[in-house]
Design a protein around this ligand. Structure first.
Ligand code: ZN
Length: 388
């Protein structure tokens, strides 16, 4: 017999199994939930927010968004005293989301913070408080329907040690699939050496690192041209990812699961030129070090709105490295979920796998529980271990 052991009741009887904890208090670990997942698609790119998010800006120095409830169904995200975005209960209601998921054939959604709340460039104490509050909220949403939801948490990237601590809490205590991060940390680039330990910790714990652009970090020129969404965000993602590819991070930290939002933005188009630049400017001759080769280690979502865009993402990153993403529940969402996959069926390799199987493969590392088997009271028990 194999059972999940409640160590709080029985830890005293165990010897030689140190540092025990539940992987996911209150519900089964992610791996077990994925194994029991019903039929349908897995949407890896959706957003959620607590309508009662604490007003971090009142208690911490810095520029932080807050949420103003307008009615039971409506709220506003406020930034700099102005309405940043009108939102509705699909952002926080498990029932509303499941209704939509059922209507569109989505078996599971991966919830992530709304990018405006990542706040990597703000003072760390407020960013940490906001990350913690958001992760508690996401954990509550997952716990309300663990068979339908997984989560990517929020981490205060401006302090690597605190980011690692919150990442580990997300993975080991809250049972998350990984974390979502922005494309830059204030003035610092993700490819700078100080962030390597963060990516190492993510790789160790099997965390997906979902790289998502944040419109507050874009060049103001793009807003003036009114192309922040259309050109700024995909270029921002591509710039950060290209920096990581060129830096050699993916060799330095093998196994890091870096997934790019929006089909990788403009990166798929730029990769061949990046490789030429490496040769011409950087003197790189080893094929394995070229961005075109390194990009095969990246993942991306399918949110391209375009069959040819999806085809290029799939060719550049690999057909097995594209997962369904929709930006639910916002105006820019793909509706219905998987529309581009339907349009691409027969034209792009592996669209059925993009809808589901690729996500299961991506999430498998995060869901892999660290277990140790022990015999107790005549039975074999699998015990979930805290991170080593
Ligand atoms: Zn998004």
């Amino acid at each position: 017999m194999t059972s999940v052991l409640n160590y709080r009741q029985l830890a005293a009887e165990l010897e030689g199994v140190p540092d025990l904890m539940f992987a996911t208090p209150g519900h089964a670990p992610l791996a077990a939930r994925l194994a029991a997942l019903g039929p349908g698609m897995i949407d890896v790119h959706t957003h959620a927010i607590d309508p009662d998010l604490p007003a971090i800006g009142r208690t911490h120095e810095g520029r932080f968004p807050s949420v103003r409830r307008v009615s039971a169904d409506l709220a506003q995200i406020i930034l700099d005293g102005r309405v940043y975005r009108e939102i509705d209960s699909r952002c926080w209601s498990v029932q509303a989301r499941i209704r939509d998921m059922d209507a569109e054939g989505v078996a599971a959604q991966v919830l992530s913070p709304i990018p405006v709340t990542l706040c990597h460039g703000e003072p760390v104490s407020g960013a940490q408080a906001l990350a913690t509050a958001q992760n508690e909220f996401l954990a509550r949403m997952v716990a309300a329907a663990p068979e339908r939801f997984a989560a990517l948490g929020c981490v205060p990237m401006q302090d690597t040690a605190l980011a690692i601590a919150e990442l580990r809490r997300c993975m080991d205590e809250l049972g998350f699939a990984g974390v979502e991060i922005g494309t830059r940390v204030g003035d610092r680039e993700l490819s700078e050496p100080q962030f390597v330990p963060f990516f190492e910790a993510a790789a160790e714990s099997g965390a997906v690192v979902f790289l998502h652009p944040v419109d507050q970090t874009l060049d103001p020129r793009l807003s003036r041209l009114r192309i922040g969404f259309g050109m700024g965000m995909p270029t921002e993602t591509a710039t950060a990812a290209a920096g990581l590819l060129i830096s050699g991070l993916l060799d330095q930290v093998p196994g890091v699961l870096l997934c790019l939002a929006h089909g990788g933005g403009t990166l798929p188009c730029a990769l061949p030129r990046l490789a030429v630049g490496q040769r011409v400017v950087g003197g790189v001759t080893e094929p394995a070090k070229l961005a075109t080769t390194q990009a095969r280690k990246l993942w991306c979502d399918s949110l391209t709105y375009d069959v040819e865009g999806l085809r290029l993402s799939s060719e550049r990153f690999g057909a097995g490295h594209v997962v369904l993403g929709t930006d639910y529940p916002f105006d820019a969402r793909e509706e219905p979920a998987g529309a581009v996959l339907t349009a691409a069926a027969g034209h792009v390799e592996g669209t059925a796998n993009i809808a589901r199987e690729n996500a299961l493969a991506l999430l498998a590392a995060a869901g892999r529980p660290r277990t140790e088997s022990v015999r107790l009271r005549g039975a074999r028990w699998d015990i979930f271990l805290a991170s080593a």
